[in-house]
Design a protein around this ligand. Sequence first.
Ligand code: ZN
Length: 258
Amino acid sequence: MSRVLLNAENQITNAYRKNVHEAVDVVKKWYQADTVIAHSDGEVILVQTGKKHNPGSTGNESYGNFIKIKHNDGYYTLYAHLKEVYVKKNQKVSRGEKIGYMGDTGNAYGVHLHFEVRNKSDKRIDPEPYLDADLPKEERKILYQAYDNVKKYWLPNVAVGDGDYAGNFGNAIGGIYLDQYRMRVHDMKKGYWLLWVENRNDYAGNLGNDIDGVQIYNVTYRVHLKNGGWLPWVSKVDDTNDGYAGIYGKAIDAIEIK
Ligand SMILES: [Zn+2]
């Protein structure tokens, strides 16, 4: 069943990908349009209407007609590309209430619902687990860990933002595992950047080869040098070598993400 479509099961046409498509696109089974319903109880805090199909548009324009609802637990849901909007700003809505009809307004490649879930900080999270389930009560922590090249094992998990770091000072690290974020590392021995890692089941690194550079999208992080201290925090990253943490030729023994 579905918590966002009235009549049918969701069919996902475009999944969530961190920094690429932070939503899920759904249609009714067999690629049909359907009435859109409120995922949970809440209050409509934003409505945009009067928009048409507008390929290539950006920002809020790209959403076309959309509705954003704030839920009682502090989470938000957003429903975009609607053909029709049945609710008004500041209106209270109940779970399952009809709020609009699926369309292709804004930057849409076809008729579908672009559905977002945002956490209490209004940051987009993966909506797929909630297509047919309640929004989370507690936010799931994002974990990371480092591989100790001297002891030759993965060090314990650390949660992003906990003020802790992954690593053993004095022992270079050869791999970083990070749930959800896009990242890559620079292999000191090989002297080049390894492939970007986007799969949450994969890690960045060649275990056993020291790392001397780290790039992670969309977070603020810093690294600690094996024979030095913490380098400055880094937050800006693009596909060039700009915005990495590390110094080529100097092994990293710890990483902290906030
Ligand atoms: Zn979408």
